[in-house]
Design a protein around this ligand. Sequence first.
Ligand code: ADP
Ligand code: ASP
Ligand code: MG
Length: 450
Amino acid sequence: MIVCKFGGTSVADAAAIRRLIAIVAARAGERPLVVVSALAGITDGLLGLAAPVHAGDAEALDGAIDALVRRHESVAGVLPGAEPAVETVRADAESLRSSLSAAFGRRLRPAEMDALAGHGELWSSRLVAGAMHGAGVPSAWADIRPIMVTDDRFGRATPYVQVLNNRARECLRPLLEDELIPVTQGFIGATADGVPTTLGRGGSDFTAALLGAALGAARVEIWTDVDGLMTADPRIVPGARTLSAAGYEEAAELATFGAKVLHPATAMPLVRAGIPIVVLNSTRPELRGTTIEPAAELERMGDSPIRSISWKRGITVINVRAPRMLGEYGFLRAMFEVFERHEVVVDVLASGEVSVSLTVEDRSRLDPVVRELSELGEVRTDDGRAIVSVVGIGLRGTPGLASRIFRAVQPANVEVISQGASAINMTFVVREDDGPDVVRRLHDEFFGAG
Ligand code: ADP
Ligand code: ASP
Ligand code: MG
């Protein structure tokens, strides 16, 4: 069997869903399992309902819910077989309207946000399953929630892999054996008690990988709106080139440092079984895309020592200066314990003679962290930063790379630089506003102007 995951833009409208059906039908002999994201923009729209709820603005809430329903109606209206899906959307929207109205004037709790956000995938999967049926492709809508059993860390829930593996085999295999194409939801799950959760933004890729591993897929296809994993985000660098192959570790690093095309955890479940991931463009299915696999032959991109550049905005740099402490045993441990206690993830770390700099993405739990770090040394935080990461093969053995990077990004100022432990990335921090320019200059330097 294979897993075919379609991202938001690949189910955005009726034309996209027709393309999806053609892609899946062409693979019927390989027993595809279809995983879908919400229609493009719908997850943001659902999460955006929290604002009128907080403000107690009934009119704004009604308008926003109506717009979500209309969007699904307009797609279903031109797709034979999709009409019953709209009944579900309308019914869910009514129950959302009443439950959200009951919360007027307060902030929604994380559990409520997850329940809200998850509707997008429930709706899109109904539409797609209906439309496939209407097009004569035998399909079966499958609810992922009893399969994707997770803990209750809302907004970033972790699946219980053993349970998931068993349930996926129990619930999905019979459908595949009956030669039906299951259509299920990415991104969402539920606790053992059935409380809805989500795996974090962009999490549908991770769902597809988990299901691929559970069912022993021959490959996991990630259908999106670009030609594959590229030398940079093509929205920033129009001349970016597609990598024909990539390694798991390389893909994971690119994703961790901002290449949104893959969720950072996607490769993880597939490593042990060596199942390849293929990133493909749903508007140009004839292209070969990028194959990510363990034995990937990593071609050099021309004479460049690097293979791609990613960047991530919304970063805060925390600098801890502790002249007296730094040489002491236990300083770094004490520092990291603070982050661990507050469950704040550190992305990049660089240490100097008397100071340590690190970066975090999530500002929401930073205040207590800074307070506790202040007991260890002098703390400074800088917001509005971006991480830029160049990823290549054996970068550690490339003389003069850092100076070449510094020269290329001038006049932008490089603030923190760190060579990843893996020897395949070099990462540094710049001001957020400089980010796109820095990426373009680096791309010109290493890959030519396109
Ligand atoms: P989907 O909805 O299909 O999951 P996403 O929007 O999550 O799609 O991811 C695809 C986007 O990732 C592309 O449109 C592109 O702008 C962005 N992107 C960032 N870095 C890269 C990269 N190195 N290669 C390809 N795409 C990238
Ligand atoms: N729809 C979810 C999001 O927008 C999950 C995904 O697209 O992967 O984050
Ligand atoms: Mg995505």
